[in-house]
Every structure is written in C-alpha cells, then in structure tokens.
Design a binder for this molecule. Structure first.
Ligand code: GLN
Ligand code: ZN
Length: 768
C-alpha cells in the first residue's frame, strides 16, 4: 500500500513565490534570486511531504505561474506573436514564459498574453493554450526533467506530474477554424514520448498523468484519443509505471474506458463522487492499482477517518493491499498550506480550528490512514482525536442554530415569487422611478484609490478611529454621489468604498462565518485569495448595508441602488460546510439576504441590486447534474430577492462567463433588470436573444472595465444599436460590464461621460 500526493501548494506557506515574482517583475530582483526562491519552495515542499509520510511525492507540480503554461512551454506551443521575444535573443526562457502569462510591452514590442480561464469548477485560473491547424510540437522546456533531477539530488525519488495529452488539448482553444484540436494528438504525442524517454533515462519509476477530462462528458473522438494515447505510451514504455489521475468528477459511465487503458494505476476522486467506486471495481483489470482519493483536496475540513477506512478496507478486500494507494482527492493546490500558522484565537476559535485541516494536515491524514489500514489499531492517538472532533462538530452549539434550521424548513413556494408579473411591476416601478428610455447606471464599485485602501488598513491597525474612518468614507461617498448627478446618470450607486471584497464584506457580518489569517490559495500567477469559511448555520444578526445605502440616498433625490452579493456567489467563493448539502447553506444565506433586501426597502431604497457573478461557474461539470443545481441556485436567488413590493426594482449582475447556455434559467431568476458582461465578446451574448425573448429588462455591458482604454461614444452607440436589434428598446439599460473598483479615476470619469452621452444620443432618434 502506497501513499501519494497529486500536488502541493507552490505559493509557499508565507506566499514567498508571490513576493519573489512581483519583485522580479518590478525589476527589484534578479532572475537568479527568483529561481532560488523557486528551488527553496520545492525543497521545502518535498522534505515536508517526506516527513509527513508520503511515499510518492510529486515533482513538476511547482510552477512560477501556471502548470498548463509550463506544459505549453514544454511542448513548444508558443504562439507566433511571442517569437519576436525568442528571436530578440536578449530574453531568457523565464521572460518568454512571463510574457505569455502577463503580456509584454517593452523594447518596442507589444504582445498580448494568453487568455486566462477558470480551472474546471475551481477558483484557480489557467492559461489557455492556443492551437492552429496542423500545428507541430517539439520538446522545448525540460523543466519536468530538471525538477526530477533536482529532487533526486536531495535524496528524494519523486513522481513527476504532468497534464495528459488529451486533457491538455481539450483545455486549449482553436485559434483558426477548420480543425478540431483533438486531431493534433499525433503531432503532440511524440513530445510526450520524448519526455518519458528522458525521464526513464533518469531512472524515474512512477509518472502521474492528470486526465481530469476522463471524468467529464466525452464524445467518441475523445474516447478514442484516450485509448490511442495510452496504448502508444504503453507500447513504447512497457516498464514505466503510469498513474492516471482523474478528479473533480466521477467516471460514471466511463469506468470501462478508464479500466481498459493500459496504465498501472488509476486515481479516483472519491470525495466528489464516491458512487463511482462499485462500477470501477467491477471492471478493473487484474494488474491495475487503484488510488483512492479519500481526503478532500478542495475543502478545509478534517477527514472522517472511520469512513475512509471503511472504503479502503472494502477495496483492499477486493484487490489486495499491494494494489491500493491512498491520496488526497486532487492536488492540494486548492487549499491553504498549514493550519498550524493560524495562531490568533480571536480570528479562528480553537474549537473551529479543531475541525479543520489545511494541506500539511491533509498529508498527515493520508499517512495516518495507511497506518490504520495496515495495522488495524484504532486506539492510536490520531484516530481517537479525529473521531472525538467529528463527534463534537456534529452537535456543537456553535454550528447548530435550531432557529435557522426551522426557518429553512418553513420556506414556502410563495417566498420565491414576486407579488405580480414583470409587466405590471415595471409599470409600478416606473411611477416611482420615472426613468428615461435607455436608463444609465453602473455596477456598484468605483475606483478604490490608494487612499481609500490605506484608510481601511489604518483602521485595522488602530491608526485610524472608527469615527475618523467613517467620516472619510462619507466624504468620499458624498463626492461620488455629486459627480454621478452632475454627469447625469439615472440610477446612482454609493461606490462600495467600505468593502474590501464583495463576499468577505458579508461574511464578516454574518453568523456562521469565520476567517483565517494565512489561509491563502493561489488564484492565478501571484494572485492569491483567502476564502472566508462557512462553518455553521448562517444568519444575519443585524442590517449589513443599510447604513451606507441610506446615507447615500439622503444626499440626492435620484434613486441610489442598494448593493448586495447574492447567496450563490457568497457560497461559491467561500469554503463551505461539508456536513450538509450546498443547497441547504445557500438557502440559509438566501434568507439572510432576503432580510437585508427588506430592510433596504423599509429604509426607502427603491432599487436593489443582488450580484450573482458566480452563478454560471457553479454549474456542475457533468451536464446531467445541471438541472439539479439550477433548481436550487435559482430558487436561492429568488428567495433572496422576491420579498419586496412590486414598486421596488430588483437588479442582478453577472460577469466572467458566457451565459448563452443558461439564458432561460437566468430569465427564471425574474430580476427586474439584469446587467451583464458583454462588451469583450462584441455582444456575442445577444445571439441567444435571437431564439429566446428575454422577458425582463437587460443592460448588456457596453464597455470593458478590465482595461484602462476609454471607449468612444460612437463605439458604445454601435454596441447599443446591435443590442436594440434583438432586445426591445424599452427593455434596454446602459451600463459598463462590471464594477469599477480596479480602475483609476481619470479613465473612469471619461468613459462614463461618454457612456451617458451614448444613451442620450439614442434617446434623440433624429440624431442617430
Ligand atoms: N457590485 C460589484 C462591484 O461593482 C460587482 C462585482 C462583480 O461583479 N464581480 O464591484
Ligand atoms: Zn461583474
């Protein structure tokens, strides 16, 4: 029986990699210093995993930016626009690498980066490989071999990890039409064979191929590609031990395909999908080992060792001990490094901490499971403590709030419906709001300048009194309201100056939430997030946003939008409970938001926006699971948003995704107005309206806020006319793509003035 790990957080327990990269990018450190930090982190991680009792320790899971970008460099999938950099001869491989990650504007060159997108259903982002028809590949970067040798010198025989060829191609995008990227397999495979040859020469024993797509919906061509690739690899390297890793979903329906592949071991994510095990056990061939991913690599709770042991024993009984491996469910990239660093008992209560495990603690669990499975003694300290913690968590008064549970149980269908249909609501709202056609608004946040952020930091350090902080924010808000009135926006916002992050801000005010001090998880490159943690039943002790909404509205007769984050997004961007279904937690949050919406209404706020940017990314990876998810997530949104009078106008906002395939479900949310990201795709979204008449009001974003570029009034008029061709004029709103928090003031001012100009021009049919 072997323990192994699929990948370890590479950012470093103190986020050393972040600092090292950012210093290097800013020209404050040398390449050598950067490379040194990288090797230090790798060494630390390898030694730690050894010390914690992991038999097969991964290598090549380290990356200076992203493991898929590493792969693109390895197989020389370097788009032509970057060749200038190579040809200039002055730049290192690392500079080329960072140029592909972050774009390159220096020495007369201006090259855009690779596109970035979410890694399956996680909050990690990878860099999307770009493919062309008949594209050739060749071995370029030998990082995987170098790292294997580097570990070897430290006396550690690692298991190199790399994304398998089928998943690598599927993760990419065709950059010209007329071909299917999966057809590039014959060109790509030789590079993999070359790498394996070199690894074999370096005396590698195990190699881990990550093929997450094997657990997703597959077409015939992809299934064939899997068979072809792994048959070829086996043919060339009959002695090499290949571990094929799937994760984030189960093999349901594809167990036979997986079992037919000539590999030594197959890894299953049994946390995400425990039901796949029986199917697999019934088809697994004689010689294949099974790696049981029983320790959750996506969440921060301790393992139920008893339950895991039961699974392990069941498999050992069937396959024999020698064919069983124990591991986390997926790479530990998605959890923070070390819970032991959480020493501030005011931030994280010891009781809650005793229910939690970060990456390092998870390795310990994996090793403990092996010991327990082999030796069968359940009176070991680790096991008893684990069972005691689990038992305590089950009944802890800190977690369980009977009132919250009762409220969720008492949710009625009436609580997820508005009083009247949209058409009537719209009339009633118009009486109150008196808006022109093409009403203009923004998405909520305005530039969070250095000063604004410094006030918050000073408040935290006690260098600014709460009164002083409040006064400064009031001044900022007052100025913003005045400015919005001046330029003629129709529905104003207060600017969200009091918020650090749109989820954390609410988490901090809700019961059932806790936080960590060092619980960083890589989001992309040097960017990390520290997700808040839902540990218990969620409720709202008091109003969360009424103070600022009321203040802003008191400054102007123009309607100011109340600004909330929706239940699905709050859930999606937190670490959530694993002791109840996600839907249950979503309903609890929905009730808290519902109360907030009603309080805003009582305070005289006539327009309330509930942001749900994450609703699309929460979609399950398998299509068969979509209806179930959409049912509870849309219901949660409706619970949060429908407890108001017809006269109160509910907005929602979405971004970061393509929405065409769930446009009907979005319509089911029944928000009076949806503002939605659109401009980067030149309003591609509108195609969906060709066949489906979106029933309520909609504001397709008319300018991209992710870049400092100021679009002209004409450009925005052009986009709005495009929208007007498929959406009735009386349903159209005019707004940017998303919040303006990360922008600077000069371009924000200019762009919004142009935007209001565009709306006004459209109101004068003679002019356009
Ligand atoms: N109201 C939020 C803002 O403007 C919305 C952010 C988002 O959609 N990500 O910042
Ligand atoms: Zn947005």
């Amino acid at each position: 029986m072997l323990t192994h790990n699929l990948g370890y957080p590479r950012i470093g327990s103190q986020r050393q990699l972040k600092k090292a990269c950012e210093d290097y990018w800013a020209g404050k450190s040398t390449l050598q210093q950067l490379l040194h930090t990288g090797s230090k982190i790798r060494e630390e991680n390898w030694l730690l995993q050894k010390q914690e009792g992991i038999d097969l320790i991964p290598s090549n899971d380290f990356s200076f930016y992203d493991q898929i970008l590493d792969m693109s460099l390895m197989v020389n999938a370097i788009p032509e626009r970057f060749h200038e950099i190579v040809l200039s001869g002055k730049k290192s491989e690392t500079d080329l690498y960072f140029a592909m990650a972050r774009s390159f504007q220096k020495d007369g060159m201006d090259i855009t980066a690779l596109e970035m997108t979410k890694w399956f259903d996680t909050n990690y982002h990878y860099l999307v490989p770009e493919f062309r028809k008949n594209q050739p590949f060749k071995l370029f970067s030998t990082k995987i071999i170098d790292e294997f040798n580097e570990a070897k010198q430290l006396g550690i025989q690692t298991k190199p990890v790399l994304i398998g060829p089928v998943s690598y191609l599927l993760l990419g995008k065709e950059k010209e039409s007329g071909f299917d990227r999966i057809d590039l397999i014959p060109n790509l495979l030789p590079v993999y064979l070359e790498i394996l040859k070199r690894l074999e020469k370096a005396h590698v024993e195990w190699v881990q191929f990550d093929e997450p797509f094997l657990a997703l919906d597959l077409g015939e061509k992809e299934r064939e590609a899997f068979t072809y690739v792994y048959t070829q690899i086996r043919k060339e390297f009959p002695k090499l031990k290949i571990l094929l890793a799937t994760y984030f979903e189960g093999l349901d329906g594809q167990g036979s395909l997986a079992a037919s592949l000539p590999v030594c071991a197959l890894h299953l994510d049994l946390v995400r999908n425990a039901d796949q095990l029986p199917e697999l056990l019934s088809v697994i061939p004689e010689k294949m080992s099974l790696s049981l991913g029983v320790v959750d690599g996506r969440n921060i709770w301790i393992n139920d060792l008893e339950a895991s042991l039961k699974t392990i024993h069941e498999v050992v009984d069937r396959l024999g001990e020698a064919r069983v491996m124990i591991a986390p469910s997926c790479s530990l990239l998605h959890v923070p490094c070390d819970l032991a660093l959480e020493t501030d008992e005011h931030i994280l209560l010891p009781e809650i901490k005793s229910w939690m495990a970060f990456a390092k603690q998870k390795l310990r669990e994996v090793a403990l499971l092996k010991n327990l499975a082999k030796n069968g003694t359940k009176d070991s300290g680790g096991f008893l403590k684990n069972q005691a913690s689990l038992a305590a968590r089950k009944t802890a008064p800190l977690i369980h709030d009977p009132q919250v549970k009762a409220r969720v149980a008492a949710i009625t269908p009436a609580m997820s419906s508005r009083k009247s249909a949209f058409a009537l609501r719209k009339q009633n709202q118009q009486k109150v709001l008196n808006l022109p056609v093409f009403p203009t608004t923004t998405i909520g946040s305005f530039p969070q300048t250095k000063e604004v952020r410094s006030w918050r930091a000073k408040l935290k350090k006690g260098e600014l009194s709460p009164e002083e902080y409040d006064r400064l924010l009031r001044e900022e808000t007052t100025e913003l309201i005045k400015w919005q009135e001046e330029i003629g926006l129709d529905v104003l916002v207060h600017g969200e100056y009091e918020r650090n992050d749109m989820v954390e801000y609410f988490g901090e005010q809700l019961n059932g939430y806790t936080f960590s001090k060092n619980g960083w998880v890589q989001s992309y490159g040097s960017r990390c997030v520290k997700p808040p943690i839902v540990f218990g039943d969620v409720s709202r002790p008091k109003a969360m946003t009424v103070y600022w909404a009321e203040f802003a509205q008191s400054l102007t007769p123009v309607p100011v939008k109340g600004m909330l984050t929706g239940p699905v997004t709050i859930l999606q961007w937190s670490f959530v409970r694993d002791d109840q279904p996600r839907s249950e937690t979503a309903y609890q949050i929905a009730l808290a938001i519902r109360d907030e919406v009603q309080d805003l209404e009582k305070a005289g706020i006539r327009v309330i926006q509930i942001d749900e940017p994450a609703i699309r990314e929460g979609l399950p990876l398998r299509k068969a699971d979509w209806p179930g998810y959409l049912d509870w997530s849309i219901t949660a949104f409706r619970i949060s948003s429908t407890g108001v009078e017809d006269e109160t106008q509910i907005h929602t906002h979405m971004c970061y995704s393509e929405f065409n395939d769930i446009i009907r479900d979005i319509a089911d949310m029944d928000a009076d107005v949806i503002t939605i990201e659109c401009s980067r795709s030149q309003m591609e979204l509108l195609d969906a309206f060709g066949e489906f008449n979106y029933p309520n009001d909609i504001g397709p974003g008319v300018y991209d806020i992710h870049s400092p570029r100021v679009p002209s009034q004409e450009e925005m008029i052009f986009l709005l006319k495009k929208a007007r061709a498929v959406i009735p004029e009386q349903n159209l709103w005019v707004n940017p793509d998303c919040g303006l928090k990360t922008r600077h003031w000069p371009e924000t001012r200019e762009a919004l003035i142009q935007m209001v100009g565009a709306a006004k021009a459209l109101r004068e049919p003679v002019l356009v």
